[in-house]
Design a binder for this molecule. Structure first.
Ligand code: CA
Length: 222
């Protein structure tokens, strides 16, 4: 899963991003509402953790703009002490969940998992299947029949992205955004390299699942 943290207390934003990465999530952090909305509208996130009081644009305005534009990415709104959460609920902003600061990080992680599941990309918490393969995103293990092999984090993220988008051709640009974030310096040849690694590992476990190249468009899992 890819998670966006929008929080103007930079040390908190960075601490949350670090915590999420330790859980094998991909996490980006931005520090004001305008950037939050820009990143959210890229539509590459599975869950957004959004602070209420933000410079440039409030969390409520971020979410209202997202929903108005048809972006339904699940949002957990963070509220500071004194920003009464009942009042926020009453505003019916479109947030999916609320958490008051200071919060317990285990609680935040549990809510992120719950929203990620609701989104439907993760059928089971850690294991995904497609055709004859199984991917455990927690242990980064690819299995087929009795054979298995360890993947790197990026390989696992790439395969998870393919598995979550069955029968869809994913362009190199989409893959770069999903895996490296959208202002990263990653280029198309990064994608080619990781696709070739994954193909070798699929072959190693004896899978009949292949990553097809759709010339000029991208890749799809078959
Ligand atoms: Ca704030």
């Amino acid at each position: 899963m890819r998670i966006l943290v929008v929080e103007d207390e930079i040390h908190l934003a960075e601490a949350l991003a670090t915590l999420l990465k330790k859980q094998n999530y991909t996490a980006d952090a931005v520090y004001n509402g305008e950037d939050g909305l820009d990143y959210a509208m890229s539509n590459i996130y599975d869950v957004i953790v959004l602070d209420l009081m933000l410079p440039k644009m409030s969390g409520l305005d971020v979410i209202k703009n997202m929903r108005r534009e048809g972006n339904d990415t699940p949002v957990i709104m963070l509220t500071a002490k004194g920003e009464i959460s009942d009042k926020i609920r009453g505003l019916d902003s479109g947030a999916d969940d609320y958490l008051a600061k200071p919060f317990n990080t285990d609680e935040l992680l549990a809510r992120i998992r719950a929203l990620g599941r609701r989104r439907g990309e993760v059928v089971q918490p850690n294991a995904m299947t497609f055709g004859d393969i199984e991917l455990d995103t927690r242990t980064l293990t690819l299995s087929c029949g009795g054979r298995s092999i360890k993947l790197t984090l990026k390989e696992s993220e790439l395969l998870e992205y393919f598995m979550a988008n069955k029968n869809t051709v994913l362009s190199k640009e989409m893959i770069i955004e999903k895996l490296w974030g959208f202002d990263s310096a990653a280029e198309a040849n990064h994608v080619e390299v990781y696709v070739s690694f994954l193909r070798k590992k699929l072959k190693f476990v004896g899978s009949r699942t292949v990553i097809n190249t759709v010339r000029g468009v991208g890749y799809s899992l078959k």
